[in-house]
Write a protein that binds this ligand. Structure first.
Ligand code: NI
Length: 217
């Protein structure tokens, strides 16, 4: 097995273990650092009763303030990322959109949500243009850096700004573009009362995700 695949596989298993055992955030952070936006072929797993999820107050892509309470009665399919992400976030959002399409009418019970970990650049306006590329039902959420930190903490999502060297010839005024975000890439399925049901690591197919979601509906 090529070394990179092995590392990613181990990292995915460790992430699964961390979520399952609900270890300290410090450990979560350490583990997630090993697999920013990693891709892996991992089967869908259900774990015990991890402490994932909780209250949040954010702003949606229309500028409206929302809380977790607004989605009670629906199954939240929630993913954290950022719109500048070159490929992993778009791939995962396409998987979510594909899974919803496959669920057909049953998918109406599911509310797909994209929460940015890059509130500095991902304004409601930016999110509005982004989410509609994937599914008209997809909601984009942003907030203050403190609000994003709070929701990421309760969902055990790691993220970190990483400086990038400006490309040769790039003007210094492009400072807004000279960073990227490392972040854990996990989609969570939460139940109608906001309770954690399962999660999907990167590499899950739309069919696998749809089948797993359907088992809860
Ligand atoms: Ni990403």
């Amino acid at each position: 097995m090529p070394r990179q695949r092995l590392v990613i596989l181990i990292a995915a298993l460790v992430v699964a273990a961390v979520i399952g055992l609900a270890l300290a955030p410090k450990v979560d952070r350490l583990v997630s650092r090993q697999a920013p936006d990693g891709e892996a072929s991992t089967s869908v797993q259900t774990v015990g009763k991890p402490q994932v999820g909780g209250p949040f107050m954010l702003v949606d892509q229309t500028g409206k303030t929302v809380t977790d309470q607004d989605y009670r009665g629906k199954y939240m399919l929630i993913y954290f990322g950022f719109t500048f992400c070159p490929d992993v976030c778009p791939t995962e959002l396409q998987v979510m959109a594909g899974a919803l399409e496959k669920l057909g009418p049953k998918g109406a019970k599911v509310q797909p949500i994209f929460v940015t970990v890059d509130p500095e650049r991902d304004t409601p306006q930016v999110l509005a243009g982004y989410v509609k590329q994937f599914d008209p039902r997809l909601i984009g959420l942003t907030g203050t850096p403190e609000q994003i930190a709070a929701v990421a903490k309760v969902y055990r999502v790691f993220y970190e700004k990483v400086k990038e060297e400006p490309a040769a010839g790039e003007a210094a005024k492009d400072a807004a573009k000279d960073y990227t975000m490392d972040h854990s890439s996990v989609a969570y399925l939460m139940g109608p009362n906001g309770e954690f049901l399962t999660f999907f690591p990167p590499g899950v197919s739309p069919d696998q995700m749809a089948d797993k979601i359907a088992s809860f509906l």
